[in-house]
Design a protein around this ligand. Structure first.
Ligand code: FUL
Length: 506
């Protein structure tokens, strides 16, 4: 719809109120108009916290703790604190430097796993590193060192604190939530108001040591942890800290193998029976914004370090990246520190190769030098345009849009000289909701004859980011690519007028 034709809505709404002291009646007239012609939101929409979190895209998971020294994946909670015996002072800065080289923007450190062993000098339990007889353990404070290193390296950081505690005598009672778990979250929040995510595992209850009781305790995770209060409380201290999993602000993608659905909505019908089976793809009809996060391991054995582990190849990790970040999910990739409290050299080397691969393959955006056109664009507003050029200006705040009710359109990028291309990456302006339901990509070697690409991949949702390998495969080796003088993207269907903030071609 043309802006000039659009009626200025509800021109005169009147409000009445009493002024504080004099109690005299005042009339205030307000008028509503849309000088910028902005598209209406297509609900649900993300909170600002969820938006910021989504921009983190690719970050690390560091499973380190008592299990590193017992060789277990789930400690029972009956460990002697002295078993935690680092051979040198654990060095979170080395962890973060290594993942930064892989192109990651941050990391989450496990500071308490299900065994209840805390990697900071907590006041809530005796099951903690500072009670070890090892002198490096006594000096260990992972949340503090991790937060400091992240700030120094300009990276985002957060903590995994297991709600389940197989050591605590109080687990399963109200006292555990009030006096142990909430206080631990509070202590951790104090390590930085700039945390981006707290990870609350879904593993809840079962057998354990429980202060010597050695029994089985189960809880209802939906009610036991007093999540609404916990969330409000953490957000007061760390306003941009997203509460993952049990916290209810982002969802598990449904597997630990590093892939999201090709179709992947950021919305879910929370509480509906279909929720669990829809984790991988989200739900188009979902009424709550609950974006997916994929947790996966970069090593072969477990989440924690094991002497027999090997590193997955950089090529395999690149595939995971395409199948998660490239499918509207974030990727939290686990690399476990060893008994020295540092990442093994072999892992550091793979991370470096991955970073180089990402730079070579997805580092130079050819769209920036293209001419871009759309066959439909929304009319300009007073201080905003919705032109196709907004998709290649590198500014995530500007976007291309069509007019209200226009749910299909074609975008064409053209170069003076033919380019060799492998990937097309698209981003929706999700602040106003996720919209696109179907699209197609074609390339043309001469600018006249078109060939459809990657039709074997479901070109359905886009969301925050969608990366399409033009050869149709996320696992095939990096080929010679296609020669293209032009690329055409057709939006075939959308929940409302499509809004794209970026088109990139690599
Ligand atoms: C799971 C836990 O039980 C694993 O030990 C690990 O921490 C993984 C990331 O989440 O639910």
């Amino acid at each position: 719809m043309n802006f000039t034709m659009k009626p200025l809505l509800a021109a005169a709404a009147c409000a009445m109120f009493f002024s504080a002291g004099a109690e005299e009646l005042q009339m205030v007239s307000q008028s509503y108009s849309y000088p910028d012609n902005e598209p209406a939101p297509c609900h649900p929409v993300p909170t600002e916290r969820q938006l910021k979190w989504q921009e983190t895209e690719f970050y690390a998971f560091f499973h380190y703790g008592m299990n590193t020294y017992t060789g277990l994946e789930w400690g029972n909670g009956n460990e002697n604190p002295s078993t935690f015996a680092p051979t040198q002072l654990p060095n979170p800065k080395q962890w973060l430097e290594a993942v930064k080289a892989a192109g990651m923007k941050g990391g989450i450190a496990v500071v308490k796993h299900h065994d209840g062993f805390c990697l900071w000098p907590t006041a809530t339990t005796d099951h903690k590193c500072t009670n070890s007889s090892n002198s490096y353990a006594q000096q260990t404070n992972i949340p503090q060192a991790f937060a400091e290193a992240a700030r120094e390296l300009d990276m985002k950081y957060g903590f995994y604190v297991s709600p389940w505690d197989r050591n605590s005598a109080y687990y399963g009672t109200d006292r555990y939530v009030k006096d142990v778990f909430m206080k631990q979250c509070d202590e951790l929040a104090q390590y930085g108001s700039d945390q981006f995510e707290m990870w609350f595992d879904g593993a809840n209850g079962g057998s354990g040591y429980y202060g010597g009781a050695n029994d089985n305790r189960s809880v209802d995770e939906a009610t036991y942890y007093d999540v609404p209060n916990l969330r409000d409380y953490i957000h007061k201290i760390a306003p941009m800290c997203l509460m993952w999993g049990v916290g209810g602000e982002a969802r598990w993608i449904g597997n630990e193998s590093g892939y999201a659905g090709e179709t992947n909505w950021a919305m879910m019908e929370r509480g509906h029976s279909s929720e669990i089976s829809s984790r991988n793809s989200g739900q188009e009809e979902g009424w709550i914004w609950l974006p997916g996060e994929s947790d996966a391991k970069a090593t072969s054995a477990g989440w924690f370090w094991h002497s027999n582990q090997s590193d997955l190849s950089a090529e395999r990790l690149f595939q995971m990246y395409l199948e998660t970040v490239g499918r509207n999910s974030t990727l939290i990739l686990n690399i476990p520190p060893d008994k020295s409290g540092t990442l093994p050299t072999s892992s550091v080397n793979v991370l470096k190769s991955l970073g180089e691969m990402l730079t070579t393959r997805l580092g130079t955006d050819l769209a920036r030098n293209a001419t871009i056109e759309a066959d439909a664009s929304r009319s300009n507003g007073a201080s905003r345009t919705y032109d196709a050029s907004n998709m290649i200006d590198g500014n995530p705040e500007t976007y291309w849009a069509t007019g209200d009710g226009v749910t299909n359109a074609t975008i064409t990028l053209t170069w003076d000289e033919p380019q060799t291309i492998h990937y097309v990456s698209l981003m929706e302006y999700i602040a106003k909701g996720q919209r696109v339901k179907s699209f197609t990509i074609e390339t043309s070697a001469d600018g006249e004859n078109w060939e459809e690409r990657a039709s074997e991949i479901a070109q359905t949702t886009i969301g925050y980011k969608r990366i399409i390998p033009l050869n149709g495969s996320t696992s095939a080796s990096y080929t010679n690519g296609y020669t293209a003088k032009a690329v055409r993207i057709t939006i075939n269907d959308s929940r409302a007028c499509p809004l794209l903030s970026s088109v990139s071609v690599y």
